[in-house]
Design a protein around this ligand. Structure first.
Ligand code: BDP
Length: 703
């Protein structure tokens, strides 16, 4: 009897949770259907106004085939009335109409739009949604949806935590990795249409003819997927590569050098997108080396690209001497340049004023240069967010920035319309959004299976800013794992909870940049070295002493950073009493015993937040374990292993920060909080010994 019951139970389990095939994550969210669905299908496809043999249409049809689409489908290329959008925008808008039987009509003014419509239709199917009676029109929020690869020519990736660069420069043209096309396909499937191939800390060699010929290879592979190639350029290239005596943007020979280079590039890659430039930042060359301005530098490059429709994305990430508040410097340097950039220049601005921290207020430049096109730069790779060891779903962080109200305009004045070209359209119509890629040559592309969700979310959000973080998480989970309702509900909630958890266990209450050494993994609020720039040391940011902690950015007594924000934000953040707890130590120095909005003293609140973060991380482990029946063994164990590191790190952060801050005020731990498990001395003497490119292993994390 017992045996029988057991057998029935087993059968029941098998029905509910069929044995799952091991997966390595290499297929991302584009997993082909299981074998029995993979029989070649007779496809009923009609193309109106478009050639079936167009390379993009061939891809669309292959996708339908592989995605198991069996209903009749009609593609229709229509003519749009003259669009005001200037290059580089393609008319990517599309519509999907399916009837009650699932027969589909896909319409667009471009083959690119038809491909996007195909991916959209297949997404419905892969998410287990009905494919009948769809009636929708889609157009992108941002015209340029750009991945920035911080890949070096030697194959390493700055802040890359998923192996080496995907681009195997040394192998090209003899060997062409199949992953180039897989990459373009993944990008296209979520609407990413631009790829900057190399590091912002650019080698002048990137523009050497031998490399440009290899760039052409990638551009040719990406083209049918609608992904345009861009390059980062080193401003000193005319000197370093061209052997000119100067790189002064006003020098005629320099100007001619860039014009010739542009011509050479466009001969190889006729639809080349343009340049991304990091100039006069962190020791990189730029126009200011010659007494010129950012405008002079950007416009000179823009003029060289203009005949071909290329653009310049000029970065605002600059900071000079540490005597000024680093968070204020970009605005100080750029605001007065408003209105002077060419119409094919767009200012690329990091989401926050410091550097991709777990939580920052939005960058005050947004909204402050009404006559300049602006775009936001997010960091998909997790430089300050636990690298590829921590499960951290970034969409909530990005949306917090895009939705932030700058109060700089009368009507909708959030960051989003500023960068989405709604204001820019009045100027020239360029709208763009960039994310620093988290992609490497690891078999699962991103190092952590869940980090794939950030690549996915970036693309989806860039296409449709209206999507919620939850909707995107659910879409991704259904395609990447399973559409089982219980799984999707629990796993999406887990993803959504990671943002606040990470802020809690790393840098709560507005603390920022208290990371270890140059690799930015793990805590080191004590870290400083003789002769180092003050603003590369955590001491500069937390300013802890026996009385209190925090960076005073008020006008009344501090750096005046609050004044870079419009009222009512200025008033709210300037005033200690009205400044919300999440930004408190960003804008204020606060006494250890002062009360916060929570009713706890600052010290108590810090203990509370770190403890909460640690408990959340432990909770993630348990919540993931409960999802084991839905996930194949390989991916389940991989994530389980990473979550263990994440919990370890949360403990490490808690002990390091609390024990260190305690040395200033000597207050006891509140009675009901867990005591540290590490000694401060042990933590202060612990060095992982990582480079810019490394993600620590469990072995390295042995404290
Ligand atoms: C910082 C990184 C550094 C980048 C720099 C940048 O630590 O590796 O080169 O930003 O964005 O976040 O230029």
């Amino acid at each position: 009897m017992v045996k029988k019951k057991f057998l029935v139970l087993c059968l029941f389990c098998l029905m509910d949770f069929p044995l799952l095939q091991a997966e390595d994550g290499s297929k991302l969210w584009l997993r082909t259907p299981s074998a029995n669905q993979c029989e070649p299908l007779e496809m009923d496809v009609v193309c109106k106004g478009v050639d079936k043999n167009h390379p993009t249409m061939k891809i669309a049809m292959r996708e339908l085939q592989e995605g198991g689409w069996s209903q009749r489908i009609e593609y229709k290329l229509v003519k749009r009335k003259s669009s005001k959008a200037k290059p580089p925008a393609v008319d990517e808008e599309y519509s999907i109409y399916t009837d009650a039987d699932g027969k589909a009509l896909l319409t667009s003014a471009s083959t690119q739009g038809l491909l996007y419509a195909t991916y959209d239709l297949l997404r419905h199917k892969a998410c287990g949604e009905p494919v009948e009676c769809i009636n929708k029109v889609e157009k992108p929020t941002y015209a340029l949806r750009v991945l920035n690869h911080w890949d070096n020519l030697n194959g390493t990736i700055e802040r890359g935590y998923a192996g080496n660069s995907l681009w195997k420069w040394e192998e090209m043209p003899q060997t062409i990795s199949p992953r180039y096309e897989q990459y373009a396909r993944a990008c296209a499937s979520v609407g990413i249409n631009a790829s900057v191939l190399n590091n912002v800390n650019a080698s002048p060699e990137m523009l050497a003819t031998a490399y440009l010929q290899k760039v052409k290879i990638l551009a040719d592979i990406f083209r049918p997927y609608g992904v345009k190639v861009y390059l980062c350029v080193n401003f000193a290239s005319p000197k370093e590569l061209g052997k000119l005596p100067t790189a002064d943007p006003m020098d005629e020979k320099v100007i001619a050098w860039w014009q010739d280079k542009a011509k050479e590039i466009y001969q190889l890659v006729p639809d080349f997108g343009g340049f991304l430039v990091k100039a006069n930042s962190e020791g990189k060359p730029g126009p200011c080396d010659y007494g010129r301005t950012h405008v002079d530098g950007a416009n000179m490059l823009a003029d060289a690209l203009r005949p071909y429709g290329g653009i310049v994305m000029w970065r605002s990430f600059v900071y000079k001497a540490a005597s000024e508040d680093r968070a204020m410097q970009a605005l100080l340097e750029f605001e007065s340049l408003d209105g002077r950039f060419r119409d094919n220049v767009i200012l690329q601005i990091k989401n926050g004023p410091v550097d991709f921290q777990p939580r920052e207020p939005f960058n005050p430049l947004f909204g402050r240069m009404p006559h300049t096109q602006q775009m936001v730069e997010f960091q998909i790779t997790q430089e300050y967010l636990g690298a590829s060891n921590h499960l951290f779903y970034q969409a909530p962080l990005w949306k917090e920035c895009l939705d932030a109200n700058t109060y700089c305009r009368q009507s909708d004045s959030s960051v989003k319309p500023t960068v989405a070209g709604i204001t820019a359209q009045r100027l020239h119509g360029l709208s763009a959004i960039a994310g620093v890629a988290n992609i490497g040559d690891d078999i699962n592309w991103c190092g952590h299976h869940f980090a794939q969700a950030n690549w996915y979310a970036f693309g989806r959000l860039a296409w449709n800013e209206q999507l919620t973080s939850e909707e995107i998480a659910k879409e991704w989970l259904k395609q990447t794992f399973t559409d089982n309702t219980d799984f999707v509900k629990s796993a999406s909630q887990l993803m959504l909870d990671t943002r606040e958890a990470l802020v809690n266990y790393m840098m709560p209450i507005g603390l920022h940049h208290i990371f270890a050494e140059v690799h930015h993994y793990g805590p080191a609020p004590w870290y400083t070295e003789k002769g180092m720039r003050a603003d590369w040391s955590p001491l500069y940011y937390h300013r802890s002493d026996s009385l209190g902690i925090g960076f005073d950015r008020t006008v009344a007594t501090g750096s005046g950073g609050t004044a870079q924000y419009a009222s009512p934000l200025f008033d709210m953040w300037e005033n200690r009493a009205t400044c919300p707890d999440e930004y408190l130590l960003w804008f204020h120095r606060v006494g250890w015993n002062e009360k916060l909005h929570s009713g706890r003293t600052l010290w108590h609140e810090l203990c509370h937040r770190y403890q909460t973060g640690l408990e959340q991380a432990r909770g993630f482990q348990k919540r993931w374990d409960a999802l084991q029946p839905y996930v194949d063994k390989e991916r389940f164990e991989h994530v389980q292993h990473k979550l263990k590191i994440q919990t370890h790190d949360a403990q490490w952060w808690k002990d390091a920060c609390l024990l260190y801050f305690q040395t200033f005020h000597h207050l006891p731990f509140p009675s009901d909080y867990e005591r540290p498990v590490y000694d401060l001395e042990q933590l202060m003497n612990f060095h992982i010994g990582l480079s810019l490119h490394g993600c620590p292993t469990r072995q390295q994390l042995r404290l």
